[in-house]
Design a protein around this ligand. Structure first.
Ligand code: NAG
Ligand code: NAG
Ligand code: NAG
Ligand code: NAG
Ligand code: NAG
Ligand code: NAG
Length: 543
């Protein structure tokens, strides 16, 4: 197999050798035999660097052997085809000079030629003189008025001088749409150029395209021109470049040439890589990126510290020594804060005279809770008040709102109770519910079904009515403890409810908003009366 391949390769080589017309291909310039002058050099990885960014000096690279460009017998220029891949890297992104050119010249090198706008091709005394016998395709990156340049980014065909025979802004015709697409020569992007001369049609085509996109069907430049008078029989082919004051690197990555035939295509994968854009980019990073990064880091650190301080302040609690024994009943403000989504308005269940009640879900236990915020300005009575709360927290009764615990902050006190999910009919206030039965004349229906039939109807009615009486929204209308005892002992008859403003309208029982949550009257903070008032209000809450 390997043997067969070797035969095939040698056959191809002999066929190529059998072609009498010269041609060559450089897939990169490692160990290339080109003749260099001026600033031109090969880089270690095989790039042909015509100029570098250090000096304003020409750089030339020529194929070492002369090439026969004309038929000896009839003096007509041969067809030729060449293609090359190049890239132009300017020190300053938008400023570069002056460009580079593919050149066919009678000498190997261009002695006497000037740099800058002369592109290392001509000088002020020989520019435009037909005795030069120089053909060039220029990639011109500076607008030079004296040579009638169209802009600072163009491709031109030059014959014996820098005033181009034809030129066009750098670009290519899209094969699909036919649209002209612009290219920027000094973009440090790899691009490919094709130059084809048809000796019979006496026509020169020049195309430019982005790297790897292939030769466009429609050339950028097409010039009818007989090159027979321009060429001498033997000519040298090569490249010329010349940076201006704007220092620029001009690179050739690969080059292919053929007389009377099509220039061979490159093995694109073998072409050398362009140098990474080095020191300038790094200095940009150091000059702009590093300060930006450090400022960002500093800002982040400051923001973090501010956040921590705010968080600490937000979750600060008041904890006194005497509270330590209430450990389990005491909630962390942080937990309540997150449970109620930061006491958000959407979580507000209601607001009473002394505080607002928020819905919440404890993070750990997923327990639904209601949190009442009560503001207290004085610490007077706080110890007793907290003691009451804690003791109520130990009570368990189905008609008693269970108190889970409390939390203290500077200026705020929070009470926590669970929210129980009940059937909607049971959501109503107990007082209203009993009142409803009384209103229809069937107050006994409100009895606890567990009693069964084991009760004295009169006594039950008395207790239920007394309950309603004690729940009167007007505190003055409620019986005193002595009266309650008298009613229960039947020493005194229970007044008719309707006489006390308890009418079918039920208005007297219109419970205050506070009943729905925790009711803590002002006196709550002041001393021992606290317990009854909390118990009262919790009971009248009906849960
Ligand atoms: C630029 O080219 C000159 C001439 O070939 C050479 O002496 C110099 O070292 C090069 N500088 C760089 C940075 O490549
Ligand atoms: C040179 O021109 C002569 C006369 O026109 C022709 O016969 C010959 O084939 C040409 N040679 C080449 C190499 O094209
Ligand atoms: C211009 O170049 C030619 C060679 O092409 C040379 O003989 C001549 O001296 C140069 N003139 C100047 C002014 O450099
Ligand atoms: C062109 O160059 C030749 C040879 O250098 C010289 O004799 C001739 O005078 C030049 N013509 C012009 C118009 O400068
Ligand atoms: C292409 O370049 C030409 C010449 O510089 C300019 O007039 C035109 O607006 C450019 N087109 C686009 C699409 O940039
Ligand atoms: C130049 O391009 C035109 C249009 O694509 C084509 O018809 C012609 O054959 C080309 N000539 C050369 C010398 O490639």
């Amino acid at each position: 197999m390997l043997f067969k391949l070797a035969i095939l390769v040698s056959l191809l080589i002999s066929l190529a050798a059998g072609d009498e017309y010269p041609g060559f291909i450089y897939n990169g310039f490692k160990s290339a035999n080109l003749v260099l002058d001026g600033m031109a050099q090969f880089t270690a990885n095989g790039l042909l660097q015509l100029t570098n960014e250090t000096k304003t000096l020409n750089g030339h690279a020529f194929y070492p052997e002369p090439i026969t460009f004309k038929n000896y017998s009839n003096g007509r220029a041969f067809s030729f085809s060449t293609t090359f891949v190049f890239a132009i890297h300017p020190v300053y992104p938008t400023l570069a000079g002056h460009g580079m050119a593919f050149v066919i010249a009678p000498t190997r090198g261009l002695p006497g030629a000037r740099p800058s706008q002369y592109l290392g091709l001509f000088n002020e005394s020989n520019n435009g003189n037909a005795s030069n016998h120089v053909f060039a395709v220029e990639l011109d990156t500076v607008l030079t008025g004296e040579f009638f340049d169209i802009n600072d980014n163009h491709v031109g065909i030059d014959v014996n001088g820098l005033h181009s025979e034809i030129s066009a802004p750098a670009g290519y015709y899209d094969d699909q749409t036919g649209d002209l697409k612009n290219l920027t020569l000094i973009s440090n992007q790899r691009m490919q150029v094709w130059v084809d001369y048809n000796g019979e049609k006496k026509e020169i085509n020049v195309s430019l395209a982005p790297f790897k996109s292939g030769k466009p069907i429609t050339p950028l430049l097409s010039l009818s021109r007989d090159l027979s008078s321009v060429f001498k029989t033997n000519m040298f082919v090569g490249f010329s470049s010349s940076p201006g004051s704007m220092l620029t690197s001009h690179y050739v990555l690969g080059w292919s040439f053929k007389i009377n035939g099509q220039a061979q295509e490159f093995l694109l994968s073998q072409l050398p890589k362009l140098p990474r854009i080095g020191p300038k980019e790094r200095s940009m990073l150091l000059a702009v990126g590093l300060p930006l990064i450090s400022i960002s880091l500093m800002l982040a650190a400051v923001t973090g510290v501010v956040h921590l301080v705010q968080r600490k302040r937000r979750f600060a609690e008041v904890l006194e020594d005497w509270e330590l024994e209430y450990g389990p009943q005491r909630f962390k403000y942080k937990d309540l804060y997150f449970a109620t989504k930061g006491f958000r308005e959407t979580e507000l269940l209601g607001s009473g005279g002394f505080g607002r009640v928020y819905r919440g879900v404890l993070h750990n236990s997923k327990l639904e809770i209601a949190v009442k915020r009560i503001s207290h300005e004085s610490r007077q009575g706080m110890r007793e008040f907290v003691a009451e709360i804690v003791s109520i927290g130990h009570l368990r009764h189905r008609n008693l709102v269970q108190l889970l615990g409390y939390c203290r902050r500077k200026g705020e006190l929070l009470l926590v109770r669970p929210i129980e999910r009940r059937a909607p009919t049971q959501e109503m206030v107990l007082v209203d519910w009993v009142f409803g039965f009384w209103n229809t004349g069937a107050i006994l229906e409100a009895k606890d079904p567990k009693l069964g039939t084991d009760f004295v109807a009169e006594e039950l009615e008395l207790v239920l009515k007394l309950g309603l009486l004690c729940s009167h929204s007007e505190p003055a209308a409620r019986p005193s403890m002595r009266q309650v005892v008298q009613y229960l002992e039947k020493d005194s008859p229970l007044p008719e409810l309707s006489d006390l403003g308890i009418s079918t309208s039920g208005l007297a029982f219109a419970h205050r908003k506070d009943f729905d949550g925790f009711v803590i009257t002002n006196s709550s903070y002041m001393g021992p009366r606290v317990s009854t008032s909390i118990a009262d209000s919790i009971l009248s809450g009906g849960r």
